[in-house]
Every structure is written in structure tokens, then in C-alpha cells.
Design a binder for this molecule. Structure first.
Ligand SMILES: *[C@@H]1O[C@H](CO)[C@@H](O)[C@H](O)[C@H]1NC(C)=O
Ligand SMILES: *[C@@H]1O[C@H](CO)[C@@H](O)[C@H](O)[C@H]1NC(C)=O
Ligand SMILES: *[C@@H]1O[C@H](CO)[C@@H](O)[C@H](O)[C@H]1NC(C)=O
Ligand SMILES: *[C@@H]1O[C@H](CO)[C@@H](O)[C@H](O)[C@H]1NC(C)=O
Ligand SMILES: *[C@@H]1O[C@H](CO)[C@@H](O)[C@H](O)[C@H]1NC(C)=O
Ligand SMILES: *[C@@H]1O[C@H](CO)[C@@H](O)[C@H](O)[C@H]1NC(C)=O
Ligand SMILES: *[C@@H]1O[C@H](CO)[C@@H](O)[C@H](O)[C@H]1NC(C)=O
Length: 508
């Protein structure tokens, strides 16, 4: 999610097979260092830090600090417990979700019943962030290498990105940011806050975290919602294929909407899909200027002074995540269509230009470090990349196979830390289980980052006695941020443990 910071609102980001035995759940032990002391840190928000072991296999070893932000329940008499939230990424800060999303969260019924809590995931802002030298993160590379030389140039940049983190001082966290460690941190937070049952809502990558928490600690759960489902049983082509397909079908929904709806800035453009394709070709031949990226007071600053077609396709994936006017940060597809018009017809692609890093911490660094500890070191060759481009051009002609998985697969090939949490099916762990209240899985039919195929597969891994899957008949990545039928069903589940039937289809 190249342009995540700009297009993303409070919630959401992405977000992987296998022969495995069930995961053992009995060995966890945590003694909270002391009582958690909350401090007021923003209007309505309280903050605290908690120490947890760097390495959960060495509980007495080095400790790290994770930050927590919390909005207390408005109605203490009706209070059910804590509701932990995770915004996804991976790499997004839960503190930002609570602070930036506070007005929205406080407008929901959940605010009456829950202390809404963002435990900062380890390795992200506020919670012992991963550190890297920004230089190689600000270097361009051939995104769709067509020759051995271009392929090697791409690998060199990604190698340098990994080394830029290895070379930082006091950066042990780099080796311990896998999702199992984060799930154990959630359990530590739950114990430190009084050992109440877990309530959780995870968006995008936060669904993988929630699923891995459920696998490890099934008996400590009251209610879990996974919104915008990541499938960690997949890797390589099995991850890339459905994800790029989800992006393509969502872009087609955008084109259809635009042709029908005069609030779209490109409504009058004849054959927008073909014009979009030639615009991407033009930008790949000669990058489109991004003047606001040089303007220090602009909200997109700092970013690259121009954007290539492939870079625009990366950013556009995040942009189509938010169709409704009140979701995302630019006014849904209406606002996004104006930005696309500006890029296509006014030679200004500022909104789609890639972020530049100015310090040694940042979203993309945490994102890479976490994802690559959960993903295999794939063996793509330069020939594979050439073939992937050809496959992408046929299977997904407008988006060309480009997107998060395209990037992450290449980035993780030579990532310097060991894989701690490789992709595998959850099925063996859930085979003999019967959860007292099934967890709730939610996905849109047209999701550009976590396609509906992922949700279907995760539901099959968990089994219907353990998880119910509901679907929103619409576009976008995650559903809770739009107040519609899906949002209301999630509230009802979390408050009343009213579990909708699998297969329920909501209109919005
Ligand atoms: C948490 O730790 C950070 C970094 O050490 C510090 O700046 C912050 O004030 C702490 N927050 C609280 C509530 O203690
Ligand atoms: C046009 O799109 C807007 C924004 O998504 C939506 O609110 C409106 O209902 C749509 N109008 C029609 C006629 O579909
Ligand atoms: C820089 O951005 C600010 C805020 O968007 C805007 O008001 C200003 O006109 C811009 N300056 C230039 C030179 O474009
Ligand atoms: C695009 O920006 C790069 C610097 O990032 C610059 O070297 C190149 O000349 C620019 N290209 C165009 C067409 O503006
Ligand atoms: C990549 O190749 C190595 C050596 O041939 C092999 O051990 C490894 O399993 C391969 N990884 C994948 C993901 O295929
Ligand atoms: C799960 O438990 C419920 C209630 O105890 C029971 O009705 C159901 O048959 C059980 N399902 C399985 C798959 O064991
Ligand atoms: C989804 O909504 C469209 C109209 O917006 C409708 O034509 C279609 O039948 C619906 N699909 C399902 C599976 O309900």
C-alpha cells in the first residue's frame, strides 16, 4: 500500500500452506510486571505502555515496550469488557487507529459497551518500531523486470533495504515481529488488564492476527470479528493470483460505477477502461509530474516528484479500497475519481506518487519486516517475473498483476531475518474444536486486497462450528467503516453474541 498514508482512513490495509500439526496452546505464561497505569493522552483517549519479552521462548530475557491507547466505555454500567482492535498493514499503528478513528469509533454502539483498545503491534510506531536507513527505501527499481539485468537491479535494491535494517543499532525487534509473537502480546495485554475474556476486531492483516490468536487461545475468547480476510495458508502464485484478480474485479466495478453515476469526475469519458490503460502506458514511458510532493505544506509531502504507471497502479489499489464517500481519506470513489482525473488529464499525479521516508522508522519498514517473517523466501527467477508480467497482462489487463503481493513476494526473496511463522493451514488446529460462540468472518464480494476467495478458504479451514462467514454485496476492503447492514450485524454480534448465519449476504 504505497500511498497508504494518504488514501487510508482509520481502518484497513492487506494484507499466506501445507503440512502442519495442530499448534499447542498450553505452554503460555505471563506475569505482568505491574499494574497498568493509564494516563490521559488525548481527548477521550488514555495511554499506557506494557513490557513483554522480546522472544516469547525466553520470557526472562530482554523485554520490549508496547504502547496501548484506549477509549473507555461511555456507559460503565453496560460495560462488557475490552474490545481490542488491529488496523492491519501489517505495520499500521493501533495508536493511530484509536486517535484518528476516535470520532467514528465513539459514534458506534460499541463505545457504550466496550473499552476500545489498540494494543500497538510490536515493531510498529510507539511499540519498539523496526528501524532501517531510509536511503534504499527511497530508491526506485524496475518493478516489472523484463531482463536478467533489471531483475538483478530490483533484487539489489531489496537486498539493500533489508541490510539497512540489520545495520541499525538496538534493533533486535527486527528478528521477532512474526504474527505468533504479536498474538502472544495480545494475550499478555488481556492478562495484564484483569484476565477478562477476549473481544477483538481485526481488519485486513489484523484478521490473520485474530485467526492466529484464536488458534492459540480458543478458551479465552468471548467474540472475534475478522473483517477483510487474509489467508495465511497461501504463498507464491496461490496468494498472488486471487489477490491480483480481486484488484482487477474491483477496478472493473469502479469503471462500471463511473459510467453510470454522474458524481464520478470521469463520468463523461468515453471508454474509460481503455483510456486508463493508455494512461498507465504513457506514465510508464514518461513519469507524470507530482508537484505537491515538493510542497512542504501539502498533505501528501514528502513523496516522489513524479510517478510511473506501475507506481500509480500500486497506489490505485489502496485508493479503490474505499468506495463510500465517508470512507478513506479522500471522499471515497467520488473524491478518488477527481484525483485520477487530475493525473490523467491535468498532468498532476501527486496523489498517486510513492511516499518518501525521512527518518529511520516508517510504515513500509514495519510492513516489510513483519510480512517477511510470515512469508517464505520464494524462489522467483527473472524468467518467472517475465512470465508473471505476461500472465498479469492476460488475466488482469487493467492492473497487470501489480499490487501488494507482487511487491512483497519480490521484497521477501532475500529478506535477512529467518522466517518464524511460515504459511500453513489452520485446519489441523481447528479440526476437533467446537467454539462456544463461533467467530465472525466478514468480506466484501469485490475486495481489491483480500479477495473473497481468501474468506471462503479461511472459513473452510476453521469449520462452520468455529466460524461463520458473511458477505457484503459491494466493493472495498473491509466493511465496518461504512455504516450499513454489515456494520450493524458486526455490532449485534459483538454486543449480543448474535451470530449471523453463514452465507448471509448484506447489501451495504
Ligand atoms: C510510553 O513510552 C514512550 C516511549 O518511552 C513514552 O514516550 C510515553 O510517554 C510512554 N507512555 C506512557 C503513557 O507512559
Ligand atoms: C452515485 O454514487 C454515490 C457515491 O458513491 C452514491 O451515494 C449514489 O447513491 C450513486 N447514485 C446512483 C444513482 O447510483
Ligand atoms: C502547497 O500546498 C498548500 C496546501 O495544500 C497550498 O495551499 C499551496 O497553494 C501549495 N503551494 C503551491 C506553491 O502550490
Ligand atoms: C522523475 O523524477 C526523477 C527523480 O526522482 C528525475 O530524475 C526524472 O528526471 C523525472 N522524470 C521526469 C519525466 O520528470
Ligand atoms: C527455494 O529453493 C531452496 C533450494 O533449492 C529450497 O530449499 C526451498 O524450499 C525453495 N523455496 C520455495 C519456497 O520453493
Ligand atoms: C458443538 O456443540 C454444540 C452444542 O454443545 C452441539 O450442538 C454440536 O453438535 C457440536 N458440534 C460439533 C461439530 O461437535
Ligand atoms: C448484488 O447486488 C446486485 C445489485 O447491486 C444484484 O444484481 C445481485 O443479484 C446481488 N448479488 C447477490 C449475490 O445478492
Amino acid at each position: 500500500m504505497g500511498k497508504l498514508r494518504y488514501f487510508l482512513s482509520a481502518a484497513a490495509a492487506l494484507a499466506t500452506f501445507s503440512t502442519a500439526s495442530p499448534v499447542k496452546t498450553s505452554s503460555f505464561h505471563y506475569d505482568p510486571p505491574s499494574k497498568v497505569e493509564w494516563e490521559a493522552c488525548d481527548d477521550h483517549v488514555r495511554c499506557a505502555n506494557l513490557s513483554v519479552p522480546l522472544d516469547w521462548n525466553k520470557p526472562q530475557g530482554k523485554q520490549i515496550s508496547i504502547a496501548m491507547a484506549m477509549i473507555p466505555a461511555a456507559n460503565p454500567e453496560k460495560r462488557i469488557g475490552y474490545l481490542m482492535v488491529n488496523p492491519g498493514g501489517p505495520g499500521a499503528s493501533s495508536l493511530n487507529l484509536i486517535n484518528a478513528g476516535k470520532e467514528f469509533l465513539m459514534s458506534t454502539p460499541l463505545h457504550q459497551y466496550f473499552d476500545i483498545l489498540g494494543p500497538g503491534p510490536r515493531g510498529t510506531e510507539g511499540s519498539t518500531p523496526v528501524k532501517c536507513d531510509p536511503e534504499p527505501w527511497n530508491r526506485r527499481y524496475p518493478e516489472t523486470p523484463q531482463t536478467e539485468a533489471e531483475f538483478q537491479e530490483m533484487l539489489q535494491v531489496f537486498h539493500d533495504r533489508g541490510e539497512s535494517c540489520v545495520n541499525q543499532k538496538d534493533n533486535d525487534i527486527l528478528y521477532f515481529v512474526d504474527t505468533i509473537s504479536v498474538a502472544k502480546d495480545l494475550e499478555a495485554v488481556r492478562i495484564a488488564l484483569g484476565d477478562e475474556k477476549m473481544n477483538y476486531i481485526g481488519f485486513s492483516y489484523g484478521t490473520q492476527l485474530g485467526a492466529q490468536y484464536t488458534e492459540l487461545f480458543p478458551h479465552n475468547i468471548r467474540a472475534i470479528v475478522l473483517d477483510g480476510i487474509m489467508d495465511h495458508s497461501r504463498s507464491g502464485p496461490d496468494l498472488w493470483g486471487p489477490e491480483s484478480n480481486g484488484y482487477e474485479v474491483t477496478v472493473n466495478q469502479f469503471f462500471d460505477w463511473c459510467a453510470k453515476n454522474n458524481t464520478c469526475a470521469l463520468h463523461k469519458v468515453k471508454d474509460l477502461p481503455a483510456k486508463f490503460d493508455s494512461f498507465i502506458d504513457r506514465a510508464n514511458n514518461s513519469p507524470i509530474p507530482a508537484p505537491s510532493c515538493l510542497n512542504k505544506t501539502s498533505e501528501v509531502y514528502p513523496c516522489f516528484e513524479n510517478a510511473t504507471g506501475n507506481e500509480i497502479l500500486r497506489a490505485f489499489q489502496t485508493a479503490v479500497c474505499f468506495p463510500y464517500p465517508e470512507t478513506g481519506s479522500v471522499g471515497g470513489w467520488v473524491g478518488m475519481s477527481e484525483l485520477l482525473q487530475q493525473a490523467m488529464y491535468k498532468n498532476d499525479a501527486s496523489a498517486f506518487s510513492a511516499v518518501k521516508y525521512a527518518s529511520n522508522t516508517g510504515y513500509d519498514m514495519s510492513y516489510a519486516a513483519i510480512f517477511c517473517q510470515d512469508a517464505p523466501r520464494s524462489n522467483w527467477t527473472s524468467i518467472d517475473f517475465k512470465i508473471k508480467s505476461d500472465v498479469g497482462a492476460v488475466a488482469t489487463p487493467h492492473t497487470r498483476g501489480i499490487g501488494e503481493v507482487w511487491y512483497l513476494d519480490a521484497l521477501c526473496m532475500n529478506w535477512p531475518t529467518p522466517v518464524r511463522n511460515p504459511p500453513r493451514s489452520l485446519a489441523p488446529s481447528f479440526a476437533g474444536r467446537n467454539m462456544s460462540t463461533p467467530i465472525l468472518l466478514v468480506n466484501a464480494l469485490y475486495d481489491p486486497e483480500t479477495p473473497i476467495q481468501f474468506a471462503l478458504n479461511v472459513h473452510r479451514q476453521l469449520g462452520d462450528q468455529n466460524a461463520h462467514l458473511v458477505i457484503r454485496n459491494g466493493s472495498g476492503h473491509t466493511s465496518y467503516d461504512h455504516v450499513g447492514e454489515t456494520h450493524r450485524a458486526i455490532n449485534k454480534y459483538l454486543v449480543s453474541l448474535d451470530v449471523p448465519e453463514t452465507g448471509a449476504m448484506y447489501e451495504d
